[in-house]
Ligand binder design. Structure first.
Ligand code: FES
Ligand code: FES
Length: 194
C-alpha cells in the first residue's frame, strides 16, 4: 500500500484482510464502472426539458437521471438509491411522475420532461414549492425536489381525497429526515384548489 493510501486503497485493503489476501491476489475482481461507449455507438436523442428542446448524442445506456444530472447539469433530481426505491429522482414526463433512475433516456425521446428547475415561473414559485416552505416540509432537503414533483403529479391524478390517500400516494418518496407530517400538510394545503 502506498505511504498515503487513498480511500479505495483502504477499502481494498480492508476487504483483502477480511477475506484473505490470497483471494484478491488470485482470482477475485473489484467491480469497475462500465466502459464508455465508442463514438460509433452513440445515438441521437431529442426531447423537451423544462420547455426547452434539447438534442444530444448519448451513450444508449444512459438513464434519464444521468442525462439530466450529467449531460444537462440539472442536479435537482437526486440520485439516492439508483434502484427505484426512494423517489429522490422523481421527475415528470408528460405530466406523469416517474423514477428517472429506472428509465433510459431513450425512452423519453420526443417527450416533455419537467424537473424541479422547471417548476417555478421565473421568480414566482410553483404553489407546491410555496406550500412546502409554508408548511416547513423539509429538513436537509435531499428528498424535497422529488417530493414536490411527486406531490404535483399526485394532485393532478385527482386521488388525494383524504389524508390516507395522500400518505399512500406519496409513499414512493422516502424522507430520511421524517418530515412526513409536514409534507402531507403541504399537499393538504393545495388539495381542492384545482
Ligand atoms: S434514486 Fe431513483 S428511486 Fe431512488
Ligand atoms: S428532508 Fe431530508 S431526506 Fe427528506
Amino acid at each position: 500500500m502506498p505511504p498515503n493510501p487513498g480511500r479505495r486503497d483502504v477499502l481494498v485493503g480492508g476487504i483483502a484482510s477480511a477475506i484473505g489476501l490470497g483471494l484478491l491476489d488470485g482470482c477475485a475482481t473489484v467491480p469497475t464502472a462500465p466502459a464508455a461507449a465508442a463514438p460509433s455507438d452513440l445515438v441521437d436523442l431529442s426531447l423537451e426539458v423544462n420547455g426547452q428542446r434539447r438534442a444530444l448524442r448519448i451513450d444508449p445506456r444512459t438513464t434519464l437521471l444521468d442525462l439530466l444530472r450529467e449531460n444537462l447539469g440539472l442536479t435537482g433530481a437526486k440520485k439516492g438509491c439508483d434502484m427505484g426505491q426512494c423517489g429522490a429522482c422523481t421527475v415528470l414526463v408528460d405530466g406523469q411522475r416517474i423514477d428517472s433512475c429506472l428509465a433510459l433516456a431513450l425512452q423519453v425521446e420526443g417527450r416533455k420532461v419537467t424537473t424541479i428547475e422547471g417548476l417555478a415561473r421565473g421568480e414566482e414559485l410553483h404553489p407546491m414549492q410555496a406550500a412546502f416552505i409554508e408548511e416547513d416540509a423539509f429538513q436537509c432537503g435531499y428528498c424535497t425536489p422529488g417530493q414536490i414533483l411527486s406531490a404535483v403529479a399526485l394532485l393532478a391524478e385527482g386521488v388525494a381525497d383524504s389524508d390516507g390517500a395522500i400518505r399512500e400516494g406519496m409513499s414512493g418518496n422516502i424522507c430520511r429526515c421524517g418530515a412526513y407530517p409536514n409534507i402531507c400538510a403541504a399537499v393538504r394545503r393545495l388539495r381542492g384548489r384545482g
